[in-house]
Design a binder for this molecule. Sequence first.
Ligand SMILES: [Zn+2]
Length: 193
Amino acid sequence: MMNIEHDEKLIAEIAGHYRAILRLIGENPEREGLIKTPERAAKALVDITRGYRQNPLEIAQKAIFEYEGSKIVTVKDIEFYSMCEHHILPFFGKVTVGYIPKGKMIGLSKLARIVESFARRLQVQERLTAQVCSLLAEAMPTDGVIVICSAEHLCMKMRGVEKQDSSTTTLDYCGRFATEPALRDEFMRLIKC
Ligand SMILES: [Zn+2]
């Protein structure tokens, strides 16, 4: 976590750059509607990139408990908002996580916080998916982790190709999900119900 003084300095500096950008696109940053926009935009940017100042491994390890079960645990449709690193435009959607416990389980609310700490950075969807998968495999003993992510990208919807209805799905897995296709099928069936 940043201290408030550092935060204010950072926000003032980013706001200065936003003021310059407003001029460059042909706006007048001194007009009434825009006068506070650079500060607001700077605060928003610091907030939506707060994942850089979080440690997902630490978040995960705060909520790992003993657990005897060995069947797939699934948490479906964890909502996230991120920014694509190619255009600095939002992409957002849902992440579904599954894992096979091996003596341990993780607090379900922590999964959402882990997704968020990776999402609140400049990202690509493929890496976000892979990072959630490998973080879980690192944070606790499991027999396998699987992560599926589907998202809409404003850089595709608002510019260039303008494919309004497209969505992108990415998948990553490890452990028994990698070696046993039947387990991947079971996971896919589980997340449909
Ligand atoms: Zn993009």
